[in-house]
Design a protein around this ligand. Structure first.
Ligand code: ZN
Ligand code: ZN
Length: 577
């Protein structure tokens, strides 16, 4: 038997699912059924809304189809014969797909038949349904999905399935997913009162006071590190004119993701990237090689259009801030500069305990700007740095930005998921397009090189990832509330107030829980808020002029620590890494 790859298996299962749905609902209209990460789905227009119990009925039917051992038979027909194979008066979505293919100029199309079920499809599939027997699969969930992903179209019902090479892999995936659900930043964001989303602004996060504390701590630290690394910060407008975006190439290469507006009858766009703003700043004056490398940072607010179906809490938003920087330098300075950015990135990820790997992305097959020679030169410089520093990297061909090659940082979180965060992009094209120059040591005009880079990436997404990585239990230096004072009863409130005052004087982020609740309840709530230090005060503590300290329960199983002087605890919190 030939070894099918997992995508083929996943997609073949989607055919079996569609066949099972047609058995259950002969009037079902079929959408599409691709393989996806971890499994497959199929979209249906059905006479009624599916309920979870339907999935077990469908699963039984799928098992029967798999056991019937039907072959996946390929039928190739001319596009005009297509309608004979599928009742297109009934299968309106398939008809639309066939018409689309016609418009694209396809002459022949293929269908696959398994038993009585025929589906428009390119393949490939397994040879026969029995080949699917030994894989680990299950029907997972039901969701709504717009036909072709557009909210202008009808909402269909999507059935998701999971499929892996073995049952063991499936079980592992389910276990990890359960862990990920507990860490879901959308849930924790609400529980910890960090941020919210509203239907009035889909994809636009609202930051709450505690979320802003987190935000500001991260950015204060970011500014501190960037000042040490000789970056200067600027701020450029969110809306800029059409001609600028035409010149930068965004109008041609990025238009689908941009928002537009008119001011005094002139076309403007909301910036999807910060680069052109930074370039206008650069062009403000004549530069000398003596200023180089010129490191211009901007915490820029950008807007990018995303389809409603892909929005996902802070991880996929329509408005976000990038911790951007554009470095203008000479060709000779590229390698040392890129090397310094790698160091800075490493320093910042290390403090957060984030492990990472590096990927090197080369020129896209289509849609890029710049000559072959320029691309080769740029790719070589980045490669040299990686080679010189003996950095193990993964090659990611064709995945660069449209203006130049890049090095990406992919971090691995606490439950083993990877996320692309930082990027370093080399760019000879923008300086040319915008006619940038500087005066070199021989008083000649030359064109600088531009390096685009981020470390956090989208700050909103970065915080979302951190929430999930730490499961909301941030390190003490980052925790929005570092300590909470818990008076055992009302008569201890005054002493607790004194302690709070002292903590705040020392710039410790402290709260008090003086509700009329039992101390057990107060401790439980503080644990749920993942507050690192709980300071409990009652008669004994007041008499001893001390506080009872409890440390939040994490995997390391800490808890009651005993009585301490306030000074000792203040010192410990201030020094916490
Ligand atoms: Zn297929
Ligand atoms: Zn840029």
């Amino acid at each position: 038997m030939k070894q099918d790859n997992i995508e083929t298996i996943r997609h073949s299962l989607s055919h079996v699912l569609a066949a099972a749905v047609l058995e259950m609902f002969p009037e079902a209209k079929l959408g599409i059924g691709p393989a996806i990460e971890n499994g497959f789905y199929y979209d249906f227009d059905l006479p009624r809304t599916l309920i979870p119990e339907d999935l077990s009925i469908l699963k039984k039917k799928m098992r029967a189809i798999i056991n019937s051992d039907s072959h996946f038979a390929r039928l190739e027909v001319t596009i005009n014969q297509a309608h004979d194979l599928i009742d297109t008066s009934d299968q309106v979505y398939k008809k639309e797909l066939i018409d689309d293919l016609k418009k694209e100029g396809e002459k022949k199309i293929s269908f696959f038949r398994t038993g009585n079920f025929v589906d428009l499809c390119k393949g490939p599939h397994v040879e026969k349904t029995a080949d699917l027997k030994n894989f680990g699969w299950k029907l997972d969930k039901i969701a709504g999905a717009y036909w072709k992903g557009s909210e202008k179209n009808k909402m269909l019902q999507r059935i998701y399935g999971l499929a892996f090479k073995t049952k063991k892999e499936l079980d592992e995936f389910l276990k990890n997913r359960e862990e990920a659900e507990k860490r879901d930043h959308r849930k924790l964001g609400t529980d910890l009162d960090l941020f919210s989303f509203h239907k009035e602004g889909p994809g636009f996060p609202f930051w709450h006071p505690k979320g802003m504390i987190l935000w500001n701590i991260l950015l204060d630290w970011w500014r501190e590190e960037h000042q040490k690394a000789s970056y200067q910060e600027i701020k450029t407008p969110i809306i800029l004119s059409r001609d600028l975006w035409e010149k930068s190439g965004h109008w041609d290469h990025y238009k689908e993701n941009m928002y537009f507006t008119k001011i005094d009858d002139r076309d403007f766009a909301v910036k999807p990237m910060n680069c052109p703003g930074s370039i206008l700043y650069y062009k403000e004056k004549l530069h000398s090689y003596r200023e180089f490398p010129l490191r211009i940072a901007e915490i820029g607010l950008v807007h990018r259009h995303e389809l409603p179906g892909v929005l996902h809490g802070l991880l996929r938003v329509r408005a976000f801030h990038q911790d951007d920087a554009h470095i203008f330098c000479t060709e000779k300075q590229i390698e040392s500069e890129v090397s310094d950015i790698i160091d800075l990135t490493d320093k910042m990820y290390s403090r957060l305990g984030l492990k990472y790997h590096i990927e090197f992305c080369t020129r896209p097959e289509s849609g890029s700007i710049g000559t072959d020679e320029i691309w080769q030169k740029a790719e070589k410089s980045l490669k040299n740095v990686l080679a010189e520093r003996k950095i193990d990297y993964k090659l990611n061909p064709g995945n660069a930005a449209f203006y130049g090659p890049k090095i990406d940082f992919h971090i691995k979180d606490a439950i083993g998921r990877t996320w692309q965060l930082g990027t370093i992009q080399l760019d000879f094209a923008m300086p040319e397009r915008f006619d940038l120059n500087y005066i070199d040591s021989n008083s000649k005009e030359k064109q600088p090189v531009m390096i685009h880079r981020v470390i956090f990436g989208a700050i909103e997404r970065f915080i979302g990832i951190l929430i999930e990585h730490f499961a909301g239990a941030f390190p003490v230096w980052l925790a929005p509330v570092q300590t909470i004072v818990l008076p055992i009863s009302e008569k201890h409130n005054a002493y607790a107030d004194k302690i709070i005052k002292e903590l705040k004087n020392q710039e410790i982020r402290a709260e008090i829980d003086n509700r009329n609740e039992s101390i057990g309840r107060k401790i439980r709530d503080a644990e749920l808020q993942k507050i690192p230090y709980m300071l409990i005060v009652g008669d004994k503590e007041i008499a001893a002029k001390k506080i009872a300290v409890r440390i939040r329960q994490l995997a390391d199983g800490k808890g009651d620590e005993g009585q301490f002087s306030l000074d000792k605890i203040i010192k410990e919190i201030l020094e916490a890494k």
